[in-house]
Write a protein that binds this ligand. Structure first.
Ligand code: ASP
Length: 594
């Protein structure tokens, strides 16, 4: 770190340096002027070092420094001494600098918010001045974690013969189920490049090309409406391997994940469980369940039979589902609390039709919202079946559509966990979900779309359903595809790919692509597959979300150097922005009147 400006960084000095004369450079985080002594905190990316100046010993320097504003860039030369009152919270807290000389390298305007971990700046302001926000130690730390992760990823993959290959950003649409960002061509009016939603097709072509093992830490672009914590451009660790089975891919990337956790967080992850998609949905109502807490689903159709309760009887007769979870220790919920839960479930965003609850009170009594229809003995039997103990609350939802009942309860399970603090934040839950369906039915149109993307290979035993004349059989096709779930987030998604042109053709046909569509969209890929495509498979890691988890942050914006707002705006650069009319003219583009 020794440069012509400095001998050490602000995070480096320890008691072993006492007596040395050093020069540090950095920003004035704050000063405390006690009249007889002035303390100044000097900050750089590496840490904070205290500088102290006594007014009686160094009157001139004292006067000068007292006039410094926050965030002035200065250089300090002086002696390292032992601190009188030590600060055990920071690594440099046992020493300080007694300066001989302080030089202002650049003064600074007063920043619009406090550049400290606890800041008074709202998110929009911080994004507008992101370069100041990144000076906050917490943000700088996140970027360092991110960099360390990239390094560990490269270390592991290159150690396993993966070749880092760059693929282009100006390409043709690749289907990951989102809308493309398009870039107009100046040289070929009326035509557009698409920015990659992922390098999916290109990495598969690299396998045809014999690259054998590929990876890339790569930007992907998806023009989606705002849904949750997403960014229009994000980073993937994109990987592909030839001559592999699903097991080979899973064990390779389980190894990589463990390596990164070890290197970056010092965490030893146990071997990853493999859970089927079906089990995840039926037990947790989600294909990315958070397993840091239990609250498994209990199906209750049988137990709820035999009364006059029309709502449940209709669901049972309609082959729907009644399903519940036990909320440990929540029998003491007040009327107000249960009403609030019912309202939450009925919110259109959640989509529930209602919520039934049964309280198994500490004193042994049982009370429910359906006391009119179920006597105490009946409710007790249900509680026994569900594993409810005195003090517990059983929450039950029902729907004629099984999938909907599970989805609503899955969301309620998470909501309760957050509300009741069931999640042990010190735990990691990392595992694989396998055996996803190849197709999903569009609830509105009844048509089939791909569940992940159209290049996933069906399980060999399901190929017959692909070619069956009964369209319902297609819904039975299970793909050799998998996700890795980390603390309830989908971090990895991947599959063994179709390498046989005939199978790929069939999948496109089922998805409703005409021969012309196929040729226009994927002709180049299908042709490549006729020139010796090896069996291959791979996956991609959502790098930002993984970094968010390892940095202990709540949104991916916190770990992206220059993120966009929820509405896709860059507040610092003020993008997207208009372009001059003549630039549009060169592109052959005319804007419509709004
Ligand atoms: N390209 C896929 C995605 O971005 C991942 C994969 O199948 O490798 O979701």
């Amino acid at each position: 770190m020794n440069t012509s400006y400095r001998t050490h960084t602000c995070g480096e000095l320890r008691p072993s340096h006492i007596g040395q004369t050093v020069t540090l450079c950095g920003w004035v985080q704050k000063d405390r002027d006690l009249g007889y002594i002035l303390f100044l905190d000097l900050r750089d990316r590496y840490g904070i070092t205290q500088v102290s100046i006594k007014s009686d010993e160094q009157a001139e320097l004292y006067e000068k420094v007292a006039k410094f504003g926050r965030e002035f860039v200065i250089s300090v030369t002086g002696k390292v001494v032992e601190r009188e009152s030590k600060n055990n919270k920071i690594p440099t807290g046992h020493i300080e600098i007694r300066p001989d000389e302080i030089t202002v390298l650049n003064p600074a305007k007063l920043p619009p918010f406090l550049i400290e971990d606890e800041t008074d700046g709202g998110e929009e302001l911080r994004m507008e001045y992101r370069y100041l926000d990144i000076r906050r130690p917490k943000v700088a730390r996140s970027l360092m974690i991110r960099a360390k992760m990239m390094q560990a990823v490269r270390e592991y993959l290159t150690g396993q013969e993966f070749l880092e290959v760059e693929t282009p950003y100006l390409i043709k649409s690749t289907p990951e189920g989102a809308r493309d960002f398009v870039v107009p061509s100046r040289l070929h009016h009326g035509t557009f490049y698409a920015l990659p939603q992922s390098p999916q097709i290109l990495k598969q072509l690299l396998m045809v090309a014999g690259v054998d093992r590929y990876f890339q830490i790569v930007k992907c672009f998806r023009d989606e409406d705002f849904r949750g914590d997403r960014q229009p451009e994000f980073t993937q660790v994109d990987c592909e391997m030839s001559f592999v089975s699903q097991d080979d891919v899973l064990s390779t990337f389980e190894g990589m994940t463990k390596h990164v956790f070890r290197q970056v967080a010092g965490v030893e992850l146990p071997d990853f469980q493999r859970m089927t998609y079906k089990h995840a949905i039926e037990t947790y109502g989600s294909d990315k369940p958070d397993l840091r807490f239990d609250a498994k689903f209990v199906e209750l159709n049988e137990q709820m039979k035999g009364t006059d309760f029309g709502v449940f009887n209709n669901v049972i007769d309609g082959n729907g589902l009644i399903v519940g979870i036990v909320a440990k220790g929540c029998a003491s919920y007040s009327r107000k609390q249960t009403d609030k839960l019912i309202k939450w479930v009925k919110d259109p965003q959640i989509g529930g039709t209602g919520l039934v609850f049964v309280k198994y009170n500490e004193d042994g009594t049982v009370k429910s919202s359906v006391d009119k229809f179920y006597d105490e003995a009946h409710l007790r039997r249900i509680g026994e079946h569900a594993g409810a103990e005195p003090g517990d609350l059983l929450l039950i939802v029902a729907d004629k559509l099984k999938g909907k009942a599970r989805k609503v309860l899955g969301q309620l399970r998470l909501h309760m966990a957050r509300q009741e603090g069931w999640i042990d934040e010190s735990k990691w839950s990392v595992f694989w979900v396998v055996d996803f369906p190849l197709f999903e039915e569009d609830e509105e149109t009844g048509s089939l779309t791909f569940a992940h993307h159209p290049f996933c290979m069906p399980r060999p035993e399901d190929l017959e359903y692909l070619y069956s004349d009964d369209p319902n059989d297609r819904k039975r096709v299970t793909a050799q595809s998998y996700d890795m779930v980390m603390n309830g987030n989908e971090i990895v998604s991947g599959s063994i790919r179709v390498h046989d042109r005939k199978v790929q053709d069939k999948i496109f046909e089922i998805l409703g692509l005409t021969d012309e569509d196929k040729e226009a969209k994927f002709g180049f890929m299908l042709r490549a597959f006729e020139y010796g495509a090896p069996p291959h498979g791979g996956c991609a890691f959502g790098f930002d979300r993984w970094a968010m988890l390892l940095a202990g942050e709540k949104t991916i914006r916190d770990v992206i150097p220059f993120p966009k707002t929820a509405g896709g705006r860059d507040l610092m650069m003020d993008a997207p922005a208009g372009v001059p009319l003549d630039a549009l003219g060169e592109l052959g583009i005319q804007l419509l009147e709004e």
